[in-house]
Design a protein around this ligand. Sequence first.
Ligand code: COI
Length: 355
Amino acid sequence: MEIKITKTNNPKAKPADESKLGFGKIFTDHMFMMDYTAEEGWHDARIVPFDYIPIHPASTVLHYGTEIFEGLKAYRTVNGDIRMFRPMENIRRMNNSAERLCLPQIDEKDALQILDTIVEMEKDWVPHSEGTSLYLRPFMYGNEPHLGVHAVKIATFVVICSPVGAYYAEGINPVKIAIESEDVRAVKGGTGYAKCGGNYAASLRAGEKAEEKGFTQVLWLDGVHRKYIEEVGSMNVMFKIDGEIVTPELTGSVLPGVTRKSCVELLKEKGYKVSERLISVDELFDAARAGKLEEAWGTGTAAVVSPIGWLSYKGEEFEVNGGKIGDVTQALYDELTGIQWGKIEDKHNWCHKVC
Ligand code: COI
C-alpha cells in the first residue's frame, strides 16, 4: 500500500514530565487517514499533521453510531527498540468488529504496514519512563452524507497516537469496583464482543453513578440473567478463588481482550488451573464470604493488569486481599510488562519490532 506522507511544519514539544502523562490527553504530531467507498475500496492512504477532522452533518456515525476502534501500544524497550505488542490480534479483532457493524474490512498486511509507518514516524513520541508507552488508537467510522439507515458504503479509517502512563489515577494500586445491578452493557447477539463506541456509550450512566459513590468503575453482569459476571468498563476481569483462576468465558457479550488472552496463556504456563467459564455474582460473593476469594484483577491494553481491592454489590462490600495487590496479580503484571519492555525474553514472539 502506498502511504502519502505530509509532515507538520509545527512539531509540538514532547511532554517534559512523563510522570504526568495520564491517559489519552496528549497527541502526537501526525495521524494516519484513509477513505473507503464501495466502488474504490480503501484509497488515499495518508499521514497528515494531527488536526480536527471535517465531517458532514449527516455523516452516518453522528446519527447511527457506526464506529469501531482498537487500542494497542508501542513500547520503548530496555535496548532502545520500539515494539508493538501483538498487533495482529488487534487487527483481527478490528475486522471482526467491522463485520458486526457492517463496516469494511482492512487487509491485515495493509493494517500492519499502517501501524508500522505511523509508529516509526512518531518514534520520538514513545516515552522513556517505566510504565509508559505510545497508545495507538485506530478507529473507523461510517461517513456517508445520508440519513437512511443502511450498511455504509463510505467510511474513514484513522490512527491517532498518544503517549500514556497509567490508565487509572490509582496506578498499580487496587481499584474499587461496583457490580452493576440495573443497567446492562451488552447482550448475546448484540455488539458486546465488538469494540464499538456504542458499547462504551451504554456504559456511561452506570459508570457515572458508581464514580459519585467513590468507585473507580463498574463490573457488568450478563444482560439476560443479570447474574453472570462479564467485564469491567475498560478491562476484562479475573479472580483467584481457592487456588483456581477464573475468568468469564467469551459468550459473545464479552470483549475478547488481547491482554486477557495473554494473561490466560502466561498463567497456564505457570501451572495454574485457569477456567474460562460462567461465574455468577452469587458464586463470587459466596467465595468472598467463605474467605476463598484470594485475588481479583482486571486486564486490558490501557489498564494493563490492575488489582481490584474492593467489590460491592447491592450495598454489600468486600475487601479483596486486604485491599492490597495479590502475589499472582503482581507476578502477572511484572511478567507481562517485562515482556513488553524487553526485560524478559519474548518466548511467544508476541512483540513486533518496528524500528
Ligand atoms: C484499551 O484498553 O485499549 C481500551 O480500549 C479501553 C478503554 C480505554 C476504552
